[in-house]
Design a protein around this ligand. Structure first.
Ligand SMILES: *[C@@H]1O[C@H](CO)[C@@H](O)[C@H](O)[C@H]1NC(C)=O
Ligand SMILES: *[C@@H]1O[C@H](CO)[C@@H](O)[C@H](O)[C@H]1NC(C)=O
Length: 160
């Protein structure tokens, strides 16, 4: 009985770790806070590898381009690397590190329609992460938590 409960608990822990999150952002020229709008909006959001970022907008009113760090800072949207023009745009965050997004419509970026995200290695998909990916404190914490649940369950199984 204890073993069954243990397996069940482990499955619950494992499936919650494996869940890739979807983050929806309203994609528009911010009406308040200018270029701080998106960083404030997402200040408490953790982006893990393989999460999906959804830019919610109507096709033709905005687009989404990816930029280098310097071009992002200067809103040099003409140097765009990729362009997505169909809203809503869903982007799978399939690598760790910084992503820089902006809208390439005239003046939209300089009015604050720009967003950078820092993607952390997720403990749930180590095989997808680069070999030298730095592990975030959060994922180390969850590994530690999983491990202590495991130890607890072994102890329970020995007792009963
Ligand atoms: C996208 O934006 C529209 C219009 O503002 C809104 O009605 C809709 O709920 C949004 N979709 C999501 C997934 O947030
Ligand atoms: C991530 O996805 C993009 C677009 O699908 C692809 O071009 C790129 O090679 C992928 N990167 C990695 C690290 O898998």
């Amino acid at each position: 009985m204890a073993t069954n409960i243990g397996i069940l608990l482990l499955l619950i822990v494992a499936s919650s770790l494996a869940q890739a999150a979807q983050h929806v952002v309203p994609w528009m020229i911010p009406t308040t806070q200018g270029s701080s709008f998106y960083s404030n909006l997402l200040a408490k959001t953790t982006f893990n590898l393989n999460d999906i970022l959804v830019f919610n907008y109507t096709t033709g009113t905005h687009n989404v381009v990816t930029l280098s760090k310097d071009d992002f800072k200067d809103c040099s949207v003409k140097n765009k690397m990729e362009t997505f023009e169909v809203g809503p745009t869903m982007i799978k965050l399939n690598r760790t590190g910084e992503y820089y997004f902006a809208c390439a419509f005239p003046a939209h970026c300089s009015l604050g329609q720009k967003l950078s995200v820092n993607v952390m290695a997720s403990s749930s998909s180590p095989e997808a992460a680069p070999a030298v990916a730095p592990s975030s404190p959060a994922s180390r914490l969850s590994v530690a938590a999983t491990f202590s649940v495991l130890l607890m369950l072994i102890a329970i199984n020995i007792l009963f």
